[in-house]
Design a protein around this ligand. Structure first.
Ligand SMILES: NC(=[NH2+])NCCC[C@H](N)C(=O)O
Length: 489
C-alpha cells in the first residue's frame, strides 16, 4: 500500500462540517421487511415500513449521492444502469456488481470480510448464539453459510429462505449510534435499548478485527461498566448516575479539541463522566460540553434537536432553545411550574484540568454561537434556522420527522428529509438552494453541476418510509474521515 493509499484510508474527524471523505453506512436489509406491528415499538420503529420503497425510492438515493461526493468513479455515468437493475445488486455487499467503495463503506461488507477468517467466525457465532439463545443445531447450521450470507443473517436475523432465526436489527441503518470518531480515536457505544444490543457486538468485532482499523486498534475506546453493574436494578430503576449507556447520536465532535455529549433517554450521566475522564486522560480533547436534555422519545439523542449546517449556521428545535425559554417566561403560568421543570435542560462545559469548575451555559444558541466563534473562528453573525420556522405546531411536527438531523457533506451542503416543508422554507429564506436528490444526480450525470462547486445547498431525500424509523441522514452516517475545517482568521 502506498502512503497515499494509506492516508486515504485513515480515520479522523474533528468537525461536523469539514468535507466528508469516508463514512460507515448500512443499507436497509431484509430484516426491516420482517418487523411486525406488535414489535415495531419494542424495536424502536414508529410503524412497519415498506422495504422496497424504502430502499429503491429513498435510501438508494442517499447512497448514490454519497458516492458522487466521496467516490465519484464508482457511480459517474452508471446511474441509468443501476436504476434499471431489478436485483439492486450494486447496493448489496458480497455480490459481483457491488460498489465496494473504501469511502462509502457498508458495515455489512466489513462484517462479511471478517467472517472469512475461521477464528473470528467461530468466536462471533458463539457470541451471537449466546445472546440470541440459539440451539446447538442452529449453531451448527450457521457453520454452513458463506461469510457474506452469514453477515446478512447476523444482521437481519433471517436466512435467504426467509426463515427467521432471531430478531432483526432494523436500527443498524443508523450507523451514527454504534460509534463515533473523535479525532483519531473511535468511541464504541453502549446501547441503552435491548433492541440494539446485537448491533454493538457486531460493531465491536468489525472495529477490532477488520484490517481497515488495525492501525488504530490502540485508539478504540470502550467505556468501562460501572463496577458491579450486575448488581444494579433493571435498566429503568437504576439511576442515571449508575447506569452506563451511551449512543453515538449523543456525541458530536464540533471542533478540534471540543466534544459535545448529550445526556438523554439513551446516554447516562455516568457514561458521559466516564468518557470525559478517558478522553481527558488520553489528551484526545481539551473541552467537553455536556448537554442534558429531557428524557423523551421525541428527542432520543441531541442530534435530533440540533445539527450543524455550516461553520456559522445551525438548525435546531426552537422550543428547547432560547426562543422556547423566552416564550415560556412570558407566560405567567411559568411562575407556578414545579421548581425542577427547567432543570431537565442544562448545559455545562468542562475544561481539562479544571473539571471542578464547569461553566454553565444558559441556552443552546449561546453554546452554538460560542462554538462557531471561539472554536471555528467565525467573525460575522452566527445564524440559526429553526425547525418548522419555529411556527406552531410545525416546529415539533417537523422535528419528529428529523428536520434537525442533517448530514453535512461539506461546509454548507447538507442532506435532509424532503417532508419538512416549513423547515425547508426557513432554509430558503436564509439563502440556501433546495434541490431533490433525484434532480441533483441528474445534473451531476449531465455535468450541469458538480459536487465540488455546490455551496449553501439543502439536498432533499425522499422520506415517507425512512422517517417512520425515527432517524434522519445524520443518524444514518458514521463519519470516519473529514477534511480539517479551515479556521477563519
Ligand atoms: N442518532 C440518532 N438520532 N439515531 C436515531 C435512532 C432511531 C432508532 N429508531 C432508535 O430509536 O434507536
Amino acid at each position: 500500500m502506498t502512503i497515499n493509499q494509506a492516508s486515504e484510508l485513515s480515520i479522523g474527524v474533528s468537525s461536523e462540517t469539514g468535507t466528508l471523505q469516508r463514512l460507515l453506512i448500512h443499507s436497509p436489509d431484509r430484516g426491516l421487511g420482517k418487523v411486525v406491528p406488535s414489535k415495531a415499538q419494542d424495536w424502536l420503529f414508529e410503524d412497519i415500513v415498506h422495504l422496497d420503497t424504502m430502499r429503491r425510492k429513498e435510501y438508494d438515493y442517499y447512497v448514490k449521492l454519497l458516492l458522487y461526493f466521496l467516490d465519484p468513479d464508482k457511480i459517474k455515468g452508471k446511474i441509468a444502469d443501476i436504476n434499471d437493475d431489478p436485483t439492486r445488486s450494486f447496493f448489496i455487499p458480497g455480490t459481483e456488481k457491488y460498489f465496494a467503495s473504501d469511502r462509502v463503506v457498508d458495515i455489512q461488507r466489513l462484517l462479511g470480510e471478517i467472517l472469512e477468517d475461521p477464528g473470528t467466525r467461530t468466536k462471533l457465532t458463539a457470541a451471537i448464539c449466546g445472546i440470541e439463545r440459539c440451539s446447538y443445531q442452529i449453531q451448527e447450521e450457521l457453520g454452513t453459510f458463506d461469510a457474506h450470507e452469514l453477515a446478512r443473517i447476523f444482521i437481519s436475523g433471517s436466512c435467504s429462505d426467509q426463515r427467521m432465526l432471531f430478531a432483526p436489527l432494523p436500527n443498524l441503518i443508523f450507523t451514527r449510534d454504534i460509534g463515533i470518531v473523535i479525532n483519531d480515536h473511535i468511541l464504541l457505544n453502549k446501547p441503552a435499548k435491548a433492541a440494539r444490543t446485537r448491533e454493538s457486538i457486531l460493531a465491536q468485532f468489525v472495529f477490532f478485527y477488520h484490517p481497515m482499523f488495525t492501525h488504530i486498534r490502540g485508539n478504540l475506546i470502550e467505556i468501562p461498566e460501572n463496577e458491579r453493574h450486575f448488581l444494579l436494578p433493571d435498566d429503568e430503576k437504576a439511576s442515571d448516575y449508575q447506569r452506563c449507556t451511551l449512543e453515538g447520536g449523543d456525541v458530536m465532535m464540533v471542533a478540534p479539541g471540543h466534544l459535545l455529549i448529550g445526556c438523554s433517554e439513551r446516554t447516562s450521566i455516568y457514561a458521559a463522566q466516564q468518557v470525559m475522564k478517558i478522553l481527558f486522560d488520553k489528551n484526545v480533547v481539551q473541552k467537553i460540553t455536556i448537554i442534558k436534555i429531557p428524557k423523551k422519545r421525541d428527542y432520543m439523542h441531541i442530534d435530533t434537536i440540533f445539527t450543524q449546517v455550516k461553520k456559522d449556521v445551525w438548525v435546531l428545535l426552537g422550543s428547547l432553545a432560547r426562543l422556547g425559554d423566552e416564550a415560556r417566561k412570558k407566560d405567567v403560568l411559568h411562575f407556578f411550574a414545579p421548581a425542577d421543570a427547567n432543570k431537565e435542560f442544562k448545559i455545562l462545559q468542562f475544561e481539562k484540568g479544571k473539571e471542578q469548575q464547569p461553566i454553565e451555559i444558559e441556552n443552546l444558541e449561546d453554546l452554538l454561537t460560542a462554538i462557531s466563534r471561539k472554536d471555528l473562528g467565525v467573525k460575522g453573525p452566527v445564524r440559526f434556522i429553526y425547525s418548522g420556522g419555529n411556527e406552531f405546531p410545525y416546529g415539533e411536527r417537523e422535528q419528529w420527522t428529523d428536520s434537525c438531523n442533517l448530514l453535512a457533506l461539506r461546509d454548507g451542503v447538507v442532506i435532509g428529509y424532503d417532508r419538512n416543508d416549513k423547515t425547508l422554507e426557513a432554509f430558503k429564506k436564509e439563502g440556501f438552494k433546495i434541490i431533490s436528490a433525484r434532480k441533483l444526480l441528474e445534473k451531476f450525470e449531465y455535468e450541469d453541476l458538480s459536487p465540488e462547486n455546490l455551496t449553501d445547498t439543502f439536498i432533499t431525500l425522499p422520506s415517507a418510509e425512512l422517517s417512520r424509523a425515527r432517524g434522519g441522514s445524520h443518524c444514518m452516517s458514521m463519519p470516519l474521515l473529514r477534511e480539517a475545517l479551515i479556521r477563519e482568521s
